[in-house]
Design a protein. Sequence first.
Lengths: 168, 110
Amino acid sequence: MSITEILFWGLAALALFSAVMVVASKSPVHSILYLIVVFFAISGHYILLNAQFLAIVNIIVYAGAIMVLFLFVVMLMNLNAESEPKKHRMLQFAGLISGGCLFLVLIAALSETAQATSLVQMGGGNSGLIKNLGMVLFKDYVLPFEISSVLFLSAMIGAVVIGKKERS
Amino acid sequence: MEIKWYIGLAVALFCTGIVGVLTRRNSIIIFMCIELMLNAVNLLLVAFSKMHAASAVMQSNPNVVSDAQIFVFFIMVVAAAEVSVGLAIIVMLYRNTHSVDVNFLNRLKN
């Protein structure tokens, strides 16, 4: 077993365990902290695949910005494990069964394909480096990049309008 | 690594997100599970791009890996915008009902 495989399995186990804990933990703050662990594990996978730009963006945007936003919202609302709404036992069981069925179907459908044993290039290749991605982003994809700024502007205006207190 | 292990990992993360959406009632947790599903898809996209880096597709289109990773970048951009609006909606919901329980949302019916 090479060092890359050991890292892959370690990060995969960490990501899966933390993802299950996101769903299973009672307190929302614990869920958020576990989700940050998932994002760091996925960033580790990106680094293993030599997608360094995406690894850094994932840490900065997801673990840094989005999860802090979640944490602030949860702390503003003062939620705790006691006031946590719970679904009926049967509904939880049904959700678990349907998720498991989807997992089985997807795995069974995808594991027998001809491409299933194709090798993924680990480490090598410089397409995922910031230099190459920046060249592609600002040459071929400059119009979508500019349009996404309009998207952010509308999202910001939308958030302000929705979050504003109504005067009655 | 073979691509099937990446498929397995991404599908498992995605299904964990699905189970979370189906079994929880706290709207913040449901929202976080949606983020989890988005990340599982992103991971699989990056893995597929690196799979094509080693295959013959690379010869006909040398930009294929960069294109895929730019695509993932734009998914992250859209997800960030979506989170800001979604959290604003959840805060407004909490202000009006003093709860984040999604079952209260059936008041929208009337």
